[in-house]
Design a protein around this ligand. Structure first.
Ligand code: 5GP
Ligand code: MN
Length: 320
């Protein structure tokens, strides 16, 4: 049904989640380019700024923060969004576009939209986009290959995470055959840090606390730390994983003070990232706080205080 609907569409708005990661960005770029090559009018939308590390991707400038009048579109495609509100402020307006397609791999996907392709066994949304491009008979060029490779490479944590599956290796291998320089991608994404990022890492690591049973680690990051190290949200990417590498730790938590929202008064709000390396399903925990994600990586946003979040999170360690 997705294929039929994509073939029949003429003017599409492709959207993905706020604070986009490599999977969100790679998926929207690859599908956007494929559909454009089919002769369709396509616009790529994201509410948030695009992190600097992804600026090497061909076509990245086509992801815009102004979609124009939404009445222009006959079809919307949401990529890597477990629920439509992940799109941000425009979610309601997007839901009124006549046909809504939902392409995602989150366990917690709510099944929104008229047509869906939801596969929690997929490593990434990029893997699903590859499948769609194949099924549509689109020849993948180097730009699409870079986008798909980046989606899979980042969402599998460079093939380190449990969602790494045979298709992830197979597709990335094909993308390299189609022109991706895997060394370039690795350098751009994971090997080039500013001095500020290392200083930030130092500060965040200094906040680590471990639960009494040793199975949970908690770190936090404040806006003040970003100011002091002259870093930005771009530099936060991946920090949560450090605390997961500690011996015996099963769940790592990074509590991140978010930037105040315009008009949001002086209340801080926090983005709480959860990572699990084993039996604990952190998607279920995030969901209970109104967020979501995968069993191994999930997150939620909250307006409670840092002390309160820490108290609640440490209480979790009693159950595993
Ligand atoms: P991160 O900790 O990197 O921000 O997010 C981890 C995972 O949880 C990602 O797959 C991301 O898409 C998902 N996620 C992050 N924040 C939210 C949220 O507020 N709601 C939902 N449903 N998923 C989220
Ligand atoms: Mn993803």
């Amino acid at each position: 049904m997705i294929l039929k609907s994509l073939k029949e569409s003429r003017r599409l708005l492709l959207v993905t989640h706020v604070r986009p990661d490599g999977d969100a960005i790679g998926s929207i770029l690859a599908l956007g380019r494929g559909l454009s090559l089919m002769g369709k009018t396509v616009r790529l939308y994201n509410e948030s700024p695009i992190p600097a590390i992804f600026r090497f991707l061909p076509g990245i400038e086509q992801i815009v923060s102004d979609p124009g009048p939404l009445s222009d579109y006959d079809t919307a495609v949401a990529l890597d969004c477990s629920d439509l509100s992940r799109v941000g402020g425009l979610a309601d307006a997007v839901s009124r576009i006549p046909t809504l397609i939902n392409i995602d791999h989150h366990l917690t996907n709510t099944g929104f939209g008229a047509h869906q392709m939801i596969d929690p066994a997929a490593s990434s949304t990029g893997e699903l986009v590859y499948q769609i491009l194949m099924d549509l008979g689109i020849a993948i060029d180097s730009a699409m290959a870079y986008a798909i490779y980046t989606a899979i490479f980042t969402d599998t944590g460079s093939f380190l995470f449990q969602n790494t599956n045979p298709k992830a290796f197979y597709i990335c291998g094909r993308m390299v055959e189609l022109g991706v320089n895997s060394y370039t991608v690795a350098q751009k994404l994971f090997a080039t840090y500013s001095l500020g990022r290392l200083k930030l890492l130092n500060m965040v690591l200094d906040t680590i606390q471990i639960s009494r049973n040793g199975k949970l680690s908690v770190m936090y990051l404040t806006q003040e730390m970003l100011r002091e190290t002259e870093t930005s949200v771009d530099d936060i990417n991946g920090l949560v994983n450090y605390a997961k590498h500690i011996e015996d730790v099963q769940v790592a938590v990074l509590i991140q003070e978010s930037q105040r929202l315009p008009g949001g008064g002086d209340r801080s709000h926090y983005h709480v990232s959860l990572r699990s390396n084993g039996p604990v399903d952190v998607a279920a925990i995030a969901e209970s706080y109104g967020g979501g994600g995968h069993s191994g990586a999930a997150a939620y946003t909250t307006y409670t205080s840092l002390a309160e979040i820490k108290k609640n999170v440490f209480r979790l360690s009693d159950i595993f």
